[in-house]
Design a protein around this ligand. Sequence first.
Ligand SMILES: [Zn+2]
Length: 476
Amino acid sequence: MDALGKNSLKFFALGGGNEVGRSCHILQFKGKTIMLDAGVHPAHQGYSSLPFYDEFDLSKIDVLLISHFHVDHAASLPYVMQKTNFQGRVFMTHPTKAIYRWLLRDFVRVTSIGVSSGGKDDNLYTDEDLAESFDRIETIDFHSTVDVNGIKFTAYHAGHVLGAAMFQIEIAGVRILFTGDYSRELDRHLNSAEVPTLPSDVHIVESTFGTATHEPRVNRERKLTQLIHSTVSRGGRVLLPVFALGRAQEIMLILDEYWTQHSDELGGGQVPIYYASNLAKKCMSVFQTYVNMMNDDIRKKFRDSQTNPFVFKNISYLRNIDDFQDFGPSVMLASPGMLQSGLSRDVLEKWCPEDKNLVLITGYSVEGTMAKFLMLEPDTIPSINNPEATIPRRCQIEEISFAAHVDFRENLEFIEKISAPNIILVHGESNPMGRLKSALLSNFASLRGSEQEVHVFNPRNCVDVTLEFNGIKIAK
Ligand SMILES: [Zn+2]
């Protein structure tokens, strides 16, 4: 590398560039290499779900930081640690690590189910790989800084899901902020994303919702509860496909409270709510353990009532669908959230022929998944166990987002607060990301040509972004 090259910071995405899924980004500066996230793509299976790991020598990586436990950010980590020449150190927050363990065990199971029906051995890793990788993952506290051979990084609250972190990384005085997935709206249980005290030179930020605007939270909660209430009142069943953990707990807080307020009509088992996941018990214990990492509101409830707000009065756990007696109206939260396979898919196929039933999507649906396909309101859907067979779809399909990603206004406000001269957009489909880029460029148009000019990049996977930091920073 020449003298000039040593001052250039290189970014490129092995995944999550102009797409949502398989997030994995590489940063190189001053001879140091950092990897951000190691996800899979939820619309694909086996090796094709991985980031483009063949395009980079993973043995060069010094540090790998995982922002949160969602599969599109963390599920290829055991593969990286056990099946490649990666030798770096891996960091995540405590709750992320606690949940990661159970979640990925479930993920291994789900992917092996996919394999047995496909007939081809396409398993990315096994339970043993997962256990071995687990012991080598280091944890970082929020607001604490770790230094690995001159790479300093600090974890900040990101909102989104329990344990989710933004990382501010500092190498030789240049600071890079990686948001991961983040939210700024006040939540029932989470702290919202914070602005780090020190400024950043580079801001790597999600663009999931592009330039779209969310309805205020109170309206969405009211819509959600009214839609569910009216469906069960006319004898319908409601399926809420959810990711086993994270946003599901937020929906449960809303429903449990509503059921208590309307107990004469809904309570006492009149309309049961089920949380169907073989992870249910283990994951709820993680939530019950980490109440101290949540917002003041939920901690106050915890103190005042002396009972854990995650011990729900109106929700029962279902480990599998065989235990389920399907009589009369009910509400079912089942994973996975995009209906690719598993419990939620089985329930969908059972309930979708009836027009009085409702499928209510509350998460973000990735291109190529059944959840995304359902939004087109198809007349039929393919059966998972027999792809030649089709099932009529007459049930109602609705979407109310509780995905906890920033909308345009919240994203712009945060980007302005960070006020970095270089913005790199990731984690968004091409169109919303492109619209966000245009909106940001026109927002910062008055600075064009000045010292404070803001550069916005929306690179595709495996396309470099190179930024020069010649002589303006001094190593500390
Ligand atoms: Zn996420």
